[in-house]
Design a binder for this molecule. Structure first.
Ligand code: PNW
Length: 461
């Protein structure tokens, strides 16, 4: 019930971080400004049918020019942390060579503005906007991209590490690899499973190379980590095919990343599942030592969980291709506008499970939130009860995981602003602040005022 949720939230530990997150391509616009070159998303948005309504990030929220106002918004909301991503093709056009002074200057100003406003800046180095020239040279399925990423990371690190304490290498490598190279739903829009599996390894290698180099160059104690999207994969029943389908889903969604990062090895069952599909992780000597370079914080992005079955509708457990059946089955929960089921206990189960299987690693929720079909009133205000209830249930789920022993240090809502929701364009709104795309007016929604209130109450305790 709601009073139980409120009590759980009230029990969040002292020092818990409250914040909000965004990413560069989703909000900045100004895609041609100051020497920026195209990323894979600029290209993908021009593919007919790739993005809802043929939309793109050319203008987005005009954050590139409105940045001081947006920082003031965060300050007004009383949030202590802002997680943003750096656009690779702004800072290092074409993906190689020296830093672009005009490009890095934007992030330099952003960091200064945040610090002057008492907000802790949290940098994500890669939130999906690979320079197009690096994609043309092979993209993440090519090993060289991992080394390019580490070089780019050091350009940003050299410019901002005097003032930025918290660093995330990659946002959601599952999305980059699988949505980008296997399912074709995200840039670069490829449908090549073996290439996607190579991309997984090279993303993780890039993370490790960048982590090692940043650690080596760190001017003081910094927090360096990675952000994964993960979920709880529930089996539809205790029947073996359902248990196996859930195991495979958890392997591809979570353990394929967590095991090499934390334990320095890929999970044997997942390697076997990949081999059955004709795919292989292109591991070379020393790679796993690099990938498992110690990290200080694990970012977790959570949106929903799913239930899996190993039975086809006709009851068969093996498909035409000879591979075991894996299907999702609805949990029959209310859904967000993304059609994602609302499963807060899947969040608790996930966080408790990670804390047990990968102990000693502090976690921060680096994204959690929901799209709903918001209706503004005549003043542009949105009474977003659905989003507010989503935040309540999921903050309570985090508090419950902490009570069960999980080490979770903060919660960053996705997202500060309504923004370019990738293949869904501007139709899906995740913001706690309404954006009127006609005027670029920003109006905090009820959910923003709710989070403001929670953060303030928490600080006062
Ligand atoms: C995350 N899925 O993406 C991203 O980090 C954000 O940029 C994005 O706006 C947000 O979640 C909402 O979608 C995801 O299919 C995209 O499971 C797809 C999935 C998960 C996360």
């Amino acid at each position: 019930s709601t009073s139980t949720e409120a009590a759980l939230i009230a029990g969040l530990p002292a020092g818990f971080r409250w914040g909000v997150a965004t990413s560069a391509y989703q909000i900045e616009g100004a895609v041609d400004a100051d020497g920026r070159t195209p990323s894979i998303w600029d290209t993908f948005c021009r593919v007919p049918g790739a993005v809802h309504n043929g939309e793109n990030g050319d203008v987005a929220c005009e954050h590139y020019t409105r940045m001081p106002d947006d920082v003031a918004l965060i300050k007004d909301l009383g949030l202590d942390t802002y997680r943003f991503s750096v656009s690779w093709p702004r800072v290092q056009p074409r993906g190689t060579g020296g830093v672009n002074p005009a490009g890095i200057a934007f992030y330099d100003r952003l960091v200064d503005e945040l610090l002057a406003s008492g907000i802790d800046p949290w940098v994500t180095l890669y939130h999906w906007d690979l320079p197009q020239e690096l994609e043309d040279a092979g993209g993440w399925p090519a090993r060289d991209t991992a080394y390019r990423f580490a070089d780019y990371s050091m350009l940003v690190f050299d410019a901002l590490s005097d003032r930025v304490d918290t660093w995330t290498t990659l946002n959601e490598p599952w999305c980059s690899a699988m949505l980008g190279y296997a399912y074709g739903a995200h840039a670069p829009g490829k449908q090549d499973f073996p290439a996607a599996v190579a991309a997984v390894h090279h993303l993780l290698l890039g993370h490790g190379l960048a982590t090692e180099r940043m650690r080596e160059a760190a001017p003081r104690k910094l927090d360096i980590g990675i952000t994964l999207n993960a979920a709880t994969a529930y089996p539809a029943s205790d029947a073996e095919p359902d248990l196996e389908a859930a195991r495979r889903a958890d392997g591809m969604g979570a353990r394929l990343y967590l095991d090499p990062l934390v334990h320095g090895r890929y999970p044997a069952d997942v390697i076997a599942d990949l081999a059955a599909q004709g795919a292989e992780l292109p591991v070379q000597d020393g790679d796993l030592a690099t990938i498992s370079a110690p990290i200080d914080v694990l970012g977790i992005n959570y949106y929903f969980s799913q239930q899996f079955t190993g039975y086809a509708e006709d009851g068969r457990t093996v498909g035409e291709d000879g591979l075991p059946i894996s299907r999702t089955l609805p949990l029959n929960r209310p859904r967000t506008a993304m059609d994602w089921e609302i499963v807060p206990e899947g969040f608790t189960d996930l966080l408790v499970r990670i804390s047990r299987d990968y102990p000693g690693l502090p976690m921060v929720v680096t994204e959690n939130g929901a799209a709903f079909d918001d209706e503004p009133d005549e003043n542009g205000f949105v009474a977003d009860d659905g989003r507010t209830a989503y935040f309540t249930a999921h903050l309570a789920a985090v508090a419950s995981a902490i009570e069960q022993g999980a080490d979770i240090r903060g919660y960053l809502a996705w997202s500060l602003l309504d923004n370019f929701e990738w293949a869904y364009g501007y139709e899906k709104r995740f913001g706690i602040v309404r954006v009127d795309y006609g005027t670029q007016a920003r109006t905090p929604k009820q959910s923003a005022l709710y989070l403001k209130d929670l953060a303030e109450q928490h600080r006062r305790r």
